[in-house]
Write a protein of this length. Structure first.
Lengths: 963, 517
């Protein structure tokens, strides 16, 4: 079912700008060339009946309700498939058309249940509406004919055509009896999502929707993006929540709280109860599409494990004590003040959440800088895209991706490196696949055969299946080919880049040791493949690079980012639509928390704390004196805690005990501190080491903004009251006040106004503008009042582009006889990051544990078969997972995810990190894998500890229950 | 001694192989060296199996031959005393008597189907050489002037179609030969592919040259295994002799051709469903426009022509547009390959100039019904063609003349019924056929055909008071299908239904009263 407020124009908007004038029912209508007659009429307010057409999908022409009369043309053309022509005279209503439409509708209804009043689609069913529109009054075919509606025939025999409901998918039901075979679902699956899981099976009257080879939806290739459910005109595909609750009565536009795509949604509500999430067709990042997480996995927001009351305790072995907000805040502030008195101003700090809004994350860094009086603030980009910030700032002058997502429409060559968009950024992944199916060429640089390498109607032109840890070697080999074969865009480089740095870079990469042939032994990529990819990237037209954590989470993460920027500059692939360097940001607001200055060395807007002019501006606005030296990065905080100099930490929705590398090191640091204040929805892994728990609010419970991977600032809107009473920004404000630095915001828009005053790139930003435009991409200033879709047009932000030298330095994390395999980590579609949200949803149906993927060869050598317990041992620790044998891997490389805390994936990852930013080298850990029979010692201890912490929590919550 | 026997699938189906076996056996016993040439069929099915021989530059025939008669015939040939009850005389004389004018089928039955030398000796490749000489524009002009129209059924002017593809933007274009001959009572495509496949290949090469396509596909129905074998052999011969490949007849032109086998769906004879199937997808109909000529297979400009249409082209080029246009009637120029079958004495393929009447074909050429009973109806143009009563036998074979009488010539198939036919049952069958073969995309066809069967059944079994109501419903349904369907399957199914209802209303009234059998 479409959104309850959607206006459906029937066919997509035409891309042309050439106007065409035609007459429809006597009215002159002007529309762009390529517009369908159906859409032209709809834009003029004339609604031609339709069923198979919807504006998310190309015209199909099957329902035959939208037939019209066109002067000078024979018969009754379908208005959805007929493009407008100049001077065309269209009649949309006539006695003949009325008869035809009634005739068609009579056929539809002769094979459809008549239980409208109790049907889930009642009130928003398009079939029901059309029956009314065409004036159907009678179905003369009777009810004893062939049908898909009744389980039994009138003679009491089994109706072979009837198929019972498929309820296997946790989020939606397929009821074949209500299907009108319009193929909207199939087209959405093919054309929009690109999974090709659905098909019409059989032909004629026997046509029926089938998932994969007529399997249950859950067992099929369906990835549960829900596009089919959204476009279904009847109740054949309906959300279970809709079936249970009934129609929503109002809808609020908000922004998804999962990945960095930042999809716009309409939260469809009944009062304060969420009925369903429907992606917003007007959303600039997603254009009406969504994935299984954003659309469906929202159950965590009202999960029973959510904690809605503040808790405190003296020691982590104590039970929690349920307290009021005042007491909890007083305890936290009191402890922080005590620690600062006892151990000095720099003994405490804060970590901001990339799940929270810009306003909230801004407030935490403000609290640390102005309230704590130091710069000990960091955010999760430390463990993901800090190298992106550093690398792009150094080369191009701005710490963000260069393009908007729509730019992909003009891309001819896509280079995906160390990113798995179909799993980690699914909505952009679908968009990318659309472009690839339309003819763009693809280079994938990834140690694994990710879906993009080969999936329905997609095949990478080049897959550089490199050994983990050799990104820079591959980038240098690509550069070697581009420079030595004369494929550099000399004009671009001469005009826009620093020539001396360019020459130095050329001199480096053209050295023989960086030739594809010389690098092949290091990277494992055949020289011919590297050469082909380099030539394609440099000469294939508009080439765009999309990269992810597979680039940044390495000892040379920053070097690789700079290598990417170098390639783009050398080939002139920057500064216009269709090209660029695009980091796929992991979290919904990790771009935002970086922008908001949640770094120990930078104020909001990426300006160094040592810069006196910038500092003065903040001091003036905030009314305090600010420290001029960088504070502690997250890993430094751990070191300092273990040294005894760092004693208290305020964590806003960040689960470092699960997400950061070398878990045992992290938990030791947490235990060494005297006051850990965790603000979160759940008792997460870190909260198990906390002394104060402040219950946070979900994205549905507050106003604010998120900034996605394309620098797009989108609105987050409160659709229900915070379950624990306060939005996160209010909690930070309470804490700040208790710390002696009162803040006086009455609503988040005031925080944004302050940000706009202080950040040049946000100068023109306001809630009012974001509301009016839907979303705004920074920089938004006097020069770009409506925002900036594409950066570095005409000139780089730093002036001249700066080629950085990218010497390849092999990681210290090397395989040897003891640890002969390389472990690399990543994500899967159905789970998200540490899993705090998705593990508390029905997404568990697809994945309920982290698995170790291992190549058949490596598995056979070790006698491992599918499903075996396998021990994975690194120099940092060992864990045990079940094995999945997968030829996606290359021999010598194993892979797992980190969605489940009990797996302890980060027990075995090491402290090896990026030389520039300390971003951990999650992607390379030397390990050995062996068959074992039981969970590892750490896992057993973790389980015991978790059970104890859970018990302590339940004890205290029982106290509330007894009130 | 050189003898000719057809090994076309219809000939085989009535015992050609047994005749050949008997012939070999008899020749061995008599120690007579026989050079047996296996040919396509002459289309004179009631005279098959035939044994042909050459005499004074003419081809003469015996038929219909049974294995028992073979030794006698061999003896007659050896002795030179050819008086034999089965001696049919010169084949050309038979054609002449029937008024046949063989353009497409001039080689069929005459030559060994995949013999390059036979092909050249009978004028093969002359059309292509001429085309290469005059250039694409002149080729299209020639085809246009010849008046050739699509023989698959729609009768669209071939030259216009080619011109559209020629003008369409894009470097990659395709030629598709539609050999998914699914109409009931038709077999012309198959006969041609088994009897003279090189003419089809040559026609496709010319089409490719004319519009700028370098790749062709023949979409062949899976039910034609013999045709597939012969076609493949012919394609191999064509490559060997540079009729296909990257230097066609030393011209530097390039054209490749492959066969693609269908999966048993009638709808895949519809050009857009064919293209979907050719792309490996489910055979459903595409909406038009865009026309395949502009947006065809794999989204590229594509000429989709019927086998006969394409095979006519070499003759038009070789003999000139005027020679072809001189044959025929009004706006229907050239010849029509009538395929006569059903309840008829002389079934077979008759290549006739447009313009002779339906009655002439059925009664004079066909010799009346096989059962000897009076003819009551004929269905022209396949399962979607109208049923014509004998009162319409004056209708000339002409696209427009048939259209005026709510009928269509289609692919030229004529199925004959005598007076025992139940026309209401035929109407029900028409709806049933549509229900069986509907691709399921558009509503009028997908649901309408099923309801059509049900309504007709209700008319035939229900009480007379309901009959009027259901007859009205049937007519309404036909109108919805006629005006509302996406393609010709749903759009033309009402033709046989309404023609049965209009011309034979008594069958719809009568049947209800008859006792249950």
């Amino acid at each position: 079912m479409l959104s309850i407020v959607a206006i459906d124009y029937g066919t997509p908007q035409a891309k042309s700008t050439t106007p065409v004038a035609l007459r429809i029912d006597g009215h002159t209508v002007n529309v762009p060339e390529g517009t369908s007659v159906l859409r032209a009429a709809a834009q003029a307010g004339i609604h031609i009946p339709k069923l198979c057409a919807t504006d998310m999908l190309d015209a199909f022409g099957s329902c035959r309700l939208c037939l019209v009369e066109i002067e000078g043309r024979p018969g009754y053309p379908a208005s959805c498939t007929t493009p407008v022509t100049a001077g065309m005279q269209v009649t949309t209503q006539s006695p003949k058309l009325g008869e035809l439409r009634r005739g068609v509708m009579e056929l539809y209804i002769s094979d459809h249940p008549l239980d409208c009043l109790t049907c889930p689609a009642n009130g928003h069913c398009e079939l029901q509406k059309m029956a009314g529109v065409v004036g159907l009054r009678e179905v003369r075919y009777g009810s004893d004919g062939a049908n898909h509606v009744a389980p039994q025939t009138q003679q009491g025999k089994t109706n072979q055509r009837f198929v019972a409901k498929d309820k296997s998918n946790p989020y939606f039901v397929f009821d074949p009896s209500r299907c009108i075979v319009c193929s909207r679902c199939v087209r959405a699956c093919d054309d929009v999502q690109g999974t090709f899981a659905l098909t019409m099976q059989g032909r004629g009257f026997e046509s029926k929707l089938a998932a994969s080879l007529d399997e249950r939806f859950l067992d099929s290739e369906c990835v549960s993006c829900g596009a089919c459910v959204q476009v279904c005109p009847t109740a054949a595909l309906s959300e279970k929540s809709l079936i249970e609750m009934g129609q929503a009565e109002h809808s609020v536009v908000t922004t998804c709280a999962y990945c960095g795509v930042g999809c716009s949604f309409r939260a469809e509500m009944r009062g304060e109860t969420l009925v369903r999430m429907v992606p917003n067709k007007e959303g600039h990042a997603n254009h009406g599409h969504a994935c299984v997480k954003g659309r469906f996995a929202i159950g965590y927001t009202h999960h029973p494990e959510r904690i809605t009351t503040p808790l405190i305790r003296e020691k982590i072995s104590d039970p929690w004590r349920v307290v009021g907000w005042d007491e909890a805040i007083a305890r936290a502030a009191g402890e922080f003040k005590r620690l600062q008195n006892q151990y000095g101003k720099f003994s405490i700090g804060g970590i901001t959440s990339s799940r929270c809004t810009n306003e909230e994350t801004y407030l935490v860094q403000k609290l640390v800088r102005a309230g704590f009086g130091n710069n000990n603030v960091d955010n999760c980009a430390r463990v993901c895209h800090a190298p992106t910030g550093y690398g792009l700032k150094t080369t191009l002058g701005e710490s963000a991706g260069t393009q908007d997502f729509d730019s992909i429409e003009q891309t001819d060559v896509v280079l995906v490196m160390g990113a798995n968009p179909t799993d980690a950024h699914p909505v952009f992944g679908s968009r990318l696949k659309q472009r690839l199916r339309a003819g763009a060429q693809l280079i994938v640089i990834d140690p694994r055969s990710i879906d993009l390498v080969r999936s329905p109607h997609i095949q990478a032109d080049y897959h550089l299946k490199l050994k983990p840890g050799t990104n820079v070697a591959v980038l240098n080999a690509l550069a070697h080919v581009i420079v030595s074969e004369g494929l550099v865009d000399e004009d671009f480089v001469a005009q826009r880049c620093e020539s001396e740095a360019f020459e130095k870079w050329c001199a480096l990469v053209t050295q023989d040791r960086y030739s594809p042939k010389a690098m092949a032994a290091t990277t494992g990529v055949p020289a011919a493949v590297v050469r082909g990819a380099a030539r394609l990237y440099a000469t294939g037209g508009n080439a765009a690079i999309y990269y992810g954590l597979g680039v940044s989470e390495h000892a040379q993460g920053s070097t690789a980012v700079m290598g990417i920027a170098n390639l783009a500059m050398a080939t002139g692939n920057l500064g216009r639509p269709g090209v660029g360097v695009n980091p796929m940001r992991g979290q919904n607001n990790v771009q935002g928390s970086c922008d908001m200055g949640c770094f120990p060395h930078e104020f909001p807007g990426y300006r160094h704390v040592a810069d006196p002019v910038v500092r003065a501006a903040f001091e003036s606005e905030w009314g305090v004196t600010l420290h001029d030296q960088p504070g502690l990065r997250i890993p430094n905080m751990f070191e300092a805690a273990l040294d005894g100099s760092f004693k208290g930490l305020y964590l806003q929705g960040e689960d470092i005990a699960q997400s950061d590398p070398n878990t045992r090191h992290v938990t030791a640091a947490l235990q060494a501190m005297e006051c850990i204040v965790v603000q979160d929805l759940f008792l997460n892994e870190t909260a198990k080491y906390a002394h104060v728990f402040l219950p946070g609010s979900s994205f549905l419970e507050k106003d604010g903004t998120f900034t996605n991977a394309e620098r797009r600032v989108s609105p987050v809107r409160k659709v229900m009251e915070p379950k624990a009473g306060y939005a996160d920004w209010q909690i930070t404000q309470l804490l700040s006040k208790a710390m002696g630095y009162p803040m006086h915001y009455t609503q988040p828009s005031e925080i944004m106004d302050e940000i706009a005053r202080l950040m040049p790139t946000f100068q023109g930003m306001s809630f009012e503008k974001i509301s009016r435009m839907g979303s705004v991409q920074w920089p938004c200033d006097a020069e770009h009042p409506d925002g900036t879709p594409v950066m570095h047009v005409g000139e780089f932000v730093r002036g001249k582009g700066h080629f950085m030298l990218t010497e390849y330095v092999p990681t210290a994390e090397k395989v040897n006889a003891k640890h002969p395999l390389i472990l690399t980590t990543g994500r899967i579609l159905s789970q998200y990051n540490v899993g705090a949200q998705t593990r508390r949803t029905a997404n568990l149906a697809w994945c309920s544990e982290d698995l170790l993927e291992i190549h058949p060869h490596d598995a056979e050598e070790r006698g491992i078969v599918e499903g075996d317990w396998v021990g994975i041992e690194s120099r940092a620790g060992d864990i045990v997972l079940h094995a999945r044998i997968s030829a996606r891997m290359q021999p010598g490389v194993v892979y797992t995810t980190f969605h489940f805390p009990g797996s302890g994936t980060n027990v075995i990852t090491t402290e090896s990190s990026d030389w520039a930013t300390n971003c951990p080298e999650y992607k390379v850990t030397a390990v050995q894998v062996t068959r074992v029979t039981q969970p590892s010692e750490w896992q057993q201890r973790h389980q015991a500890f978790s059970e104890k912490q859970q018990a302590l929590l339940e004890q205290s919550l029982d106290v509330i229950g007894s009130y | 001694m050189k003898l000719f026997v057809s090994t076309d699938s219809s000939s085989l189906s009535i015992g050609a192989q047994a005749v050949i076996d008997s012939l070999s056996d008899a020749a061995r016993r008599r120690n007579i060296p026989v050079d047996l040439v296996r040919t396509g069929s002459r289309g004179l099915f009631w005279l098959e199996p035939m044994i042909e021989y050459e005499h004074q530059g003419q081809r003469l025939a015996f038929g219909p031959v049974t294995p028992v008669e073979v030794p006698n015939i061999l003896d007659a040939l050896v002795t030179g005393n050819r008086q034999h009850p089965l001696n049919l005389g010169p084949v050309e004389e038979l054609f002449k008597t029937q008024g046949q004018q063989r353009v497409n089928f001039r080689r069929c039955g005459e030559i060994a189907p995949t013999s390059w030398s036979d092909y050249l000796a009978t004028g093969g490749s002359r059309g292509l050489l001429r085309a290469l000489q005059i250039g694409p524009a002149a080729v299209i002009e020639t085809v246009t002037r010849s008046g050739l129209r699509g023989r698959g059924g729609a009768g669209f002017p071939t030259g216009v179609k080619w011109r559209t593809t020629w003008h369409a933007a894009g470097a990659t274009k395709y030629i598709v030969g539609n050999a998914d001959e699914g109409d009931s009572g038709t077999f012309a495509d198959r006969m041609l592919m088994e009897g003279d496949p090189l003419s089809l290949i040559e026609g496709m090469v010319i089409a490719g040259f004319a519009v700028g396509a370098e790749q062709g596909y023949i979409y062949l129905r899976s039910e034609y295994p013999h045709a597939q074998q012969t076609l493949q052999a012919a394609i191999d011969v064509a490559y060997t002799n540079a009729l296909l490949g990257n230097n066609i007849l030393a011209s530097g032109q390039h054209f490749d051709l492959q066969i693609r086998i269908g999966a048993g769906a009638y709808i895949c004879g519809e050009e857009t469903a064919l293209l979907e199937s050719l792309e490996g997808k489910r055979g459903t109909v595409r909406y038009k426009p865009p026309l395949p000529a502009v947006h065809g297979v794999f989204g590229k400009p594509t000429v989709v022509n019927n086998v006969i249409t394409l095979a006519t082209v070499p003759a038009i080029l070789a003999e000139g547009a005027e020679a072809y246009a001189a044959i025929g009637h009004d706006t229907s120029r050239g010849t029509l390959t009538v395929q006569l079958c059903g309840n008829i004495r002389h079934p077979g393929l008759y290549e006739l100039p447009f313009g002779c009447t339906l009655g002439h074909v059925v009664e004079s050429l066909g010799g009346g019904s096989a059962s000897g009973r009076p003819i009551r109806a004929v269905q022209v143009g396949g399962p979607l063609g109208a049923y014509f009563p004998t009162t319409l036998f004056d209708t000339p074979l002409d696209y427009e003349a048939f259209a005026e009488r709510s009928g269509m010539i289609g692919h030229g198939g004529i199925v004959v019924f005598d007076d025992t036919v139940d026309m209401a049952e035929q109407a029900r069958l028409a709806m049933g056929f549509c229900a069986l073969e509907s691709c399921g995309k558009c509503t009028p066809c997908r649901i309408g055909a099923v309801r059509g069967v049900e309504v007709i059944e209700r008319i035939l079994t229900g009480c007379s008071s309901e009959r009027e109501r259901n007859l009205l419903l049937l007519r309404d349904l036909c109108q919805t299908m006629l005006d509302g369907s996406l393609c010709a399957l749903g759009g033309l199914t009402p033709y046989p239904v309404l023609s049965a209802l209009n011309h034979f209303p008594e069958d719809f009234a009568r049947v209800a009263e008859r006792p249950a059998s």
